[in-house]
Design a protein. Structure first.
Length: 461
């Protein structure tokens, strides 16, 4: 059907379209007027979006605010909150169990069973008219209740808000009580650990004799070890010089002892060398004047042998002395090194035990303080939810919206009227425009004849 035949059908079937439209609009207006009105009141609550560190007690921002608000919305829309709200409404006289008893018996048969008592059924009915929404940006929770009157909507929304705050406070106190009990157990464990570390330190001190002045002992031992190491190095240098001189002495003839290089440390040898040189010159003069058989020559020769022995023995004794000195200092350095290593090991173990004591003490003090804090919170009502907007009786009803229902009826009436006109037109098979013939026969229309019908037949056509 083309556009022109469609408008021709609408014009021809105007009366049918009008009556269908009028009937639908009237039915919609009637439905909108007989539906009982409901009024919606809202309570806006500010939810604390921070969390508390169980160990330090510091407030920290939550990482997942959407999930937290979703949990709070689940609590606000739970049966537990609804039961508390029912109790509050009963206490204030805004709700009577007797007024719901007949309806409860009609809906459930009146049989008492777990979860099917009158109060629980009323709580579920109230939840059907309650909606919870959240705003993560402002960290708010919106509790809405739809009631039959503005006063009822405001009072019931207020009861749900108060019940939710009371339930959150109860949960918070119970959590604090559980945390306090857990911290009490942890406090005992950390106290036992602190006593154990202190006992280990006392046992270590009794076994090793290492007390707090042990660090001073270690410093003194390290200084003494350094001094002995320096002396050992000097002794080894002297010993190397003495052993070299001793080797040279053994390879030198007795006559060469007079020119043997003597260090300053060999004062007797140097004195003997000086005396030996004088006697050699004196013996040469006696030999030139009196000959080798002269008593003075023989006496000088004996003195020379004695001085050579003195030089030889001086070098030998010094080599033996330096060797024994090196051996003695090596033993002392080894002993002092072992002593330093022992003291260092004791000090390290002592420091470890002290660190364990300090760590155990700090942990014990922290856990004890947190346990005391949780115990105080368990006895004090701390509120992390604040009522920002008290629900007030709404002025306008939230549902039904009469004008929306009427608009839907008008649109539906127009659609049904047009559909009915097209259906009747197709059912009768009537042709009202030349385009319909062209569409049906696939042939062009050569001419159209217009017949003026009476006004009454035109309206019914």
């Amino acid at each position: 059907m083309g556009l022109l035949p469609f408008f021709a059908v609408l014009r021809a079937r105007f009366l049918l379209i009008f009556w269908v439209f009028l009937i639908c609009a009237s039915i919609a207006g009637f439905i909108g007027s007989i539906i009982p009105p409901r009024y919606q009141a809202e309570a806006i609550l500010q939810v604390d979006a921070t969390t508390e560190n169980l160990v330090t007690g510091m407030q920290e921002p939550r990482q997942r605010v959407h999930e937290f608000l979703g949990q709070q919305a689940a609590i606000a829309g739970s049966r537990a909150t609804a039961l508390l709200a029912v109790d509050q409404l009963i206490a204030t006289g805004d709700l009577s169990l007797a007024s719901y008893e007949n309806l409860w018996q009609e809906k459930t048969g009146g049989e008492l069973s777990p979860g099917n008592d009158l109060k629980t059924w009323i709580a579920d009915e109230l939840l059907r008219h309650t909606s919870i929404s959240t705003d993560a940006l402002q960290s708010t929770l919106i509790i809405s209740y739809s009631g039959q009157s503005p006063i009822e909507a405001a009072r019931y929304a207020s009861a749900f808000a108060d019940a939710y705050m009371q339930l959150v406070t109860t949960y918070r106190k119970s959590d604090s009580a559980r945390n306090a009990a857990r911290f009490d157990d942890e406090t005992e464990n950390f106290k036992a650990r602190l006593d154990e570390t202190r006992a280990n330190l006392r046992k270590f001190q009794l076994e090793t004799g290492y007390v707090t002045i042990g660090s001073q002992q270690l410093q003194a031992a390290e200084m003494e070890l350094g001094s002995l190491t320096s002396r050992l190095a000097e002794a080894r240098a002297d010993d190397a010089e003495a052993q070299s001189l001793w080797d040279l002495t053994r390879k030198t003839s007795r006559a060469g002892l007079a020119t043997l290089p003597m260090p300053n440390a060999l004062a007797p040898g140097r004195t003997a060398q000086a005396r030996l040189g004088t006697l050699i010159a004196q013996m040469e003069r006696i030999n030139e004047r009196y000959g080798p058989m002269h008593p003075d020559y023989i006496e000088a020769e004996n003195e020379i042998r004695r001085l050579q022995d003195v030089i030889y023995n001086a070098v030998k004794e010094r080599a033996a002395y330096t060797a024994s000195r090196v051996a003695y200092l090596s033993r002392e350095v080894s002993l002092r090194r072992q002593m330093v290593l022992d003291l260092q090991g004791k000090k390290q173990q002592f420091d470890i035990l002290e660190q364990e004591i300090n760590s155990a003490r700090n942990s014990y003090e922290l856990i004890a303080a947190r346990g005391e804090q949780e115990g105080l919170q368990a006895r004090v009502e701390t509120v992390s939810v604040f009522l920002l907007a008290q629900p007030v009786p709404p002025i306008n009803q939230s549902m039904p919206n009469f004008w929306v229902i009427l608009a839907v009826g008008i649109v539906l009436g127009l659609g049904m009227g047009v559909s009915a006109a097209i259906f009747v037109e197709l059912l009768e098979g009537r042709i009202r425009h030349g385009q319909s013939i062209e569409f049906a026969t696939r042939r062009p229309v050569l001419a159209e004849l217009k017949i003026n019908l009476p006004q009454k037949r035109r309206l019914l056509a």
